[in-house]
Each structure stands twice: as structure tokens, then as C-alpha cells.
Design a protein around this ligand. Structure first.
Ligand code: TEU
Ligand code: CA
Length: 560
């Protein structure tokens, strides 16, 4: 079976992403922590996942919830200490679960000792760890904007120069052209591997090499082209691979906003010795233009959504490996975004699970996705916590947008939609904390919570377990080819998985209408077996004419 395929554990794995701040609070301070995660390892194990991706837990002043690191070799005070971390790794390993950390190496916190030194004087040994430039005509060195709004340069009085920050001004960009910076990062990566981790998710890793000369940009898209995949990016990745990654049987996934075509192949091609896989963002930019930075909703079409997944799969066919995700800690809840979080919440969450877990590529489940958690809608901007939500709110208000309109956009797209506390049970604060949570709990926790999901055999959670098992039992769902059917259908997403003899047909209704999927190709199969579906009672259909109820999902095994 599967000739020519290089089997790897990270290709066959299902990943579970944990946002520690919002997962489980063990000591009542309202902030999730490592001991909280340790206490929930049995639960994580019960889902059937193989890998935990832990969002940043390093020491941080938390201007961006840990994506601003002040010490890479220590744990954030609120989360615990290095012994808790070791215990978490050991606890996970004991259950056969691997653990990958988030490597944030495009920038540090301005409170990192490298930056504290760097800003002291122009001849400080750490000066060149960051990107400093003198003013140009009395202004910023160029017109670049930060991803979180405002200018990408901040003036520093001590030396009278500007430093570059592509994100918040408390997140200065490291200067990867400096060999010492690279060595320092490789050292700390090796240090963590020696502690026992199994890999890294690499934050905005395609931004570490910038366009020399840093030219002005007419718009944000043009600017993006100057900050991603710069001329030395692949050199750095291959160096990192030589110095660190090749020494371990590890897993890597790079966050690569804007990386397309050849650049994808160069980054993950199996002969390239760079990364195992990357996160591409096209499908989460379809209904909201990330680059416009205004959180405005755009109408999206299922046919465009399908084309994105098709292109992504075909591009790497036989060349490299994909990741698959529908949401993460930066995105709204996939269920609220691509399906229905009201009348058909259970059906549509199961439909999305069927989708995620039958694609070629390593699937990533984000905490709460497996119980059908939904977006949140706070009435007041004061209940939000995310820096990019605040910055967008303020900049749009200054563009004349009303606060009502902005709150509506925030309800759809704020990153806090996915950062409300994990809903464990129906007790106060959803069992997340005995104190006051750092961000309010979603009011629907009495219906939507883990305790309920565990006790109900028909729950979304049990369906995830079944889907993961189906994927594990059928390697062809991992490695087999992907063939899109009915590309232009605006309701049904249907595809074949597999090669030669062994094939599965996946049929998903992405709409709340009843519909039919007509497939003449079915005639060449003798019989089929429905292996899973998200409705309890099974409608009778033939493989050439499949009836679908709202958000219905059906997976068939085909026999010829
Ligand atoms: O995200 C990078 C990134 O592109 C996001 O800023 C994205 O544009 C935004 O979240 C969409 O709303 C990574 C991390 O995943 C994110 O949490 C960090 O804030 C960011 O890098 C800076 O480290
Ligand atoms: Ca805590």
C-alpha cells in the first residue's frame, strides 16, 4: 500500500492546540497555567490526539499574551515554573502525547535583556541584535505600518534612532542578519530540545529576512512582499535545520502568512531540509481582508473556499506536506464563521470535524473546537483584552466608523472569540477558575461544556473521537490523494480520498438547505459503505444520488 510515500509520525498525527492563558486555572488567580494543563491531560488524551501545540509560555510582560518574550529559558510567572513545564512534558509523554512549543523568534519583548542592552547606546554589543535606523528627513526611516495598527517604527530617545517593530511597539524585530542573533536562537532551541520537547510551531517565521533597503510601500500588500520570504530566508532555515532540527526526530510547522507557490515548495519540499509544514492563511482571509486591518466582513463563496484547499493540496502533491486548520488563537471560532453556531450547531460542528479530519495534511484542532464552542459577543469594548482588537477599534473610530459598527465587526472577527476560557462544566466560570477570569467566560457555558459533552454519546466531542479513530484506522485518509468533485457547487463540498483500490468519498453540506449531490462517477463502484455521518438516522441513497440535510456530512468507503 501507498508506494513511494515517506511515512512520518508528524504526518499521521492529530494536533491539539492549547492557549494556556484560557485553558485551565489551577490556583484561582483567573489565569490558566501549566498545572491546570497537567490536570487536564487525561481529557486531552481522551480526544485521541497525538501532539499538543502549546502557545507561548515563556517569561513575558504579556503585551501580546506571551508573543512578546522577555526570557526564552524561563516560564511566565503566571503560568508556573520550569519544573511544572518538565512535569507537563513528562505527563504528556507518558500518555504517548508529544509536545511542541511556540517559537517566537522574529521579535522579542522590549523587556528582553538583549533589547534593554541594545537601546542603551549605538556601540553596545547588543545594538545590532535589533533593527535600528536614523530618521529620514526628520521622520520614520520608511512608511511601513505595524500589523497591529500604527507605524512600524518607534523613536527611542536614548540614542535618537528608530527601531523596527512589525507588531506592537513592545515587540522589536530581531536582526537575523546578525550571526549572533541566529546562534542565540539556535542555542535556545537546542536547550528546549534537551529539556524534552518534540518540536516547534514557528511564529511568523517567514518574516525573519526583510528586503534589503527596506523600501517604502504603496499599500499593505506591497509591504508584505518586503517583509516575507526575504533573500536570506531559506539560507536561515537551512542553517537552523543543520544547527538544530536535523539533530532531533522533531516536528516543525511555520506560520507563513502570504507564502504561496514556489515559496511554499522551497519551505517544505522534502528535499529542502527546512520545515515539515507551514500554516497558510488564504482560507481565513476569504471573509475578512487581513491586510486591510479593519475587520470588515466580505461575502465568501464555497467554491472559492474549495479552490483554496485544492490548490494547497495539489501544489505539494508528492513534494511536501500540508497542515490543515480551520481556526487558531488568532481567528474567530470556525463554527461561527464557516457553519452555523445556532440552530445547527451540533450538526455543523460535526460537519467541520469531518472536513478537517478527512483532508490530506496534518490536522490541528484548537481547544474548545471539539465541544463546539462559539464566538462571543461582549456588549462593551472594555470586556475585550486583545491588543489587535483595541488597535483596530481605535484606528477605525478615528476613520469615522461608529462604535456600534466596530463592535459588530469585533463580534465577528476579534481574536478574543477564541480566547474566552475553556468551558469545562456548568459551574461558575465554566469550571475554568475559582477566581475572576482574565477575560469573561462565554455565557453559553451552561449548555456547551466538556462535562456535558462527555456524558452525551451524541456530542460533538464523541464525534471528534470517532473521526480521529477513523483517520487512524485508515492510513489512506492520511496519505491518499485528494480529488475535488463538483468544484462549482455552492453548497456541497465533495471529494475523493485515496489512490487505486482504496477510496473514500466525503460529502459535506456546507449550507442550511437540504440538497442533493449527484455523482455519475459513482457508477463505476460495485457498492459502498457509509462509515460515518453526523445524523443519527441514515437516509437511503445511492452513491450516484446522495441526499443531504442541513450541514449533513457523509463518508463512504467505495468498493469496485
Ligand atoms: O500571528 C501573526 C499574524 O499574522 C497575526 O498577527 C494575524 O495577522 C492576526 O492575528 C490576525 O488577526 C502571530 C501569532 O499567531 C499572534 O498571536 C501574534 O500576536 C503575532 O504573531 C505576533 O507574534
Ligand atoms: Ca492560574
Amino acid at each position: 500500500m501507498l508506494p513511494g510515500i515517506k511515512r512520518k509520525w508528524w504526518k499521521e498525527a492529530v494536533v491539539y492546540q492549547i492557549y494556556p492563558r484560557s485553558f485551565m486555572d489551577s490556583n484561582g488567580d483567573g489565569i490558566g497555567d501549566l498545572r491546570g494543563i497537567i490536570s487536564k491531560l487525561d481529557y486531552v488524551h481522551s480526544i485521541g490526539v497525538d501532539v499538543i501545540w502549546l502557545c507561548p509560555v515563556y517569561k513575558s510582560p504579556n503585551c501580546d499574551n506571551g508573543y512578546d518574550i522577555s526570557d526564552y529559558r524561563n516560564i511566565m510567572d503566571e503560568f508556573g515554573d520550569i519544573n511544572d513545564m518538565k512535569e507537563l512534558i513528562a505527563g504528556a509523554h507518558k500518555k504517548g502525547i508529544k509536545l511542541i512549543m511556540d517559537l517566537v523568534a522574529n521579535h522579542t519583548s522590549d523587556e528582553h535583556e538583549w533589547f534593554i542592552e541594545s537601546r542603551k547606546s549605538k556601540d553596545n554589543p547588543f545594538r545590532d541584535y535589533y533593527i535600528w535606523k536614523p530618521a529620514k528627513d526628520g521622520k520614520e526611516p520608511n512608511n511601513w505600518m505595524a500589523f497591529f495598527g500604527g507605524k512600524a517604527w518607534k523613536y527611542d530617545e536614548t540614542t535618537g534612532e528608530y527601531y523596527l517593530h512589525l507588531f506592537a511597539d513592545k515587540q522589536p524585530d530581531l536582526n537575523w542578519e546578525n550571526e549572533k542573533v541566529r546562534k542565540s536562537i539556535y542555542d535556545l532551541m537546542n536547550w528546549w530540545f534537551e529539556i524534552g520537547i518534540d518540536g516547534f510551531r514557528m511564529d511568523v517565521i517567514n518574516m525573519i529576512s526583510k528586503m534589503p533597503g527596506m523600501p517604502n510601500a504603496d499599500n499593505f500588500l506591497e509591504q508584505l512582499s518586503y517583509v516575507i520570504n526575504g533573500p536570506r530566508f531559506h539560507e536561515y532555515m537551512q542553517e537552523m535545520n543543520r544547527e538544530v532540527l536535523s539533530r532531533y526526530d522533531c516536528m516543525t510547522v511555520g506560520e507563513c502568512l502570504g507564502t504561496t507557490g514556489d515559496e511554499v515548495i522551497k519551505t517544505v519540499g522534502e528535499d529542502r531540509n527546512e520545515l515539515n509544514m507551514i500554516f497558510r492563511m488564504e482560507h481565513v482571509c476569504l471573509d475578512m481582508d487581513l491586510m486591510a486591518g479593519n475587520m470588515k466582513k466580505i461575502d465568501w463563496k464555497l467554491s472559492d473556499f474549495k479552490k483554496i484547499f485544492l490548490e494547497k493540496d495539489q501544489l505539494l502533491d508528492g513534494i511536501g506536506w500540508n497542515s490543515q486548520f480551520l481556526m487558531n488563537h488568532d481567528q474567530p471560532r470556525a463554527l461561527s464563521r464557516f457553519a452555523d453556531d445556532k440552530e445547527y450547531r451540533v450538526e455543523s460542528a460535526k460537519m467541520l470535524a469531518t472536513f478537517l479530519l478527512t483532508l490530506r495534511g496534518t490536522p490541528y484542532i484548537y481547544q474548545g473546537e471539539e465541544i463546539g464552542m462559539t464566538n462571543v459577543a461582549f456588549d462593551s469594548i472594555d470586556d475585550y483584552r486583545d491588543i489587535s482588537t483595541f488597535n483596530t477599534y481605535n484606528s477605525e473610530l478615528s476613520n469615522g466608523v461608529t462604535s456600534e459598527e466596530m463592535l459588530e465587526r469585533i463580534h465577528s472577527f476579534s481574536r478574543d472569540n477564541s480566547r474566552t476560557p475553556m468551558q469545562w462544566d456548568e459551574s461558575e466560570n465554566a469550571g475554568f477558575t475559582k477566581g475572576t477570569p482574565w477575560i469573561k467566560v462565554n455565557q453559553n457555558y451552561k449548555e456547551i461544556n466538556v462535562a456535558q459533552a462527555e456524558s452525551d454519546k451524541g456530542s460533538i466531542y464523541h464525534y471528534y473521537r470517532d473521526m480521529i479513530k477513523l483517520r487512524k484506522d485508515n492510513l489512506v485518509l492520511v496519505y491518499g490523494g485528494f480529488e475535488l468533485l463538483a468544484e462549482e457547487d455552492e453548497r456541497v463540498f465533495a471529494y475523493l480520498r485515496g489512490d487505486g483500490e482504496e477510496k473514500f468519498l466525503v460529502v459535506l453540506n456546507f449550507s442550511k438547505d437540504e440538497t442533493r449531490f449527484l455523482w455519475t462517477g459513482g457508477e463505476s463502484y460495485k457498492f459502498q459503505q457509509l462509515v460515518i455521518s453526523n445524523y443519527a438516522d441514515r437516509s437511503l441513497d445511492t452513491i450516484c444520488d446522495i441526499n443531504l440535510r442541513p450541514y449533513e456530512a457523509k463518508v463512504y468507503k467505495l468498493f469496485n
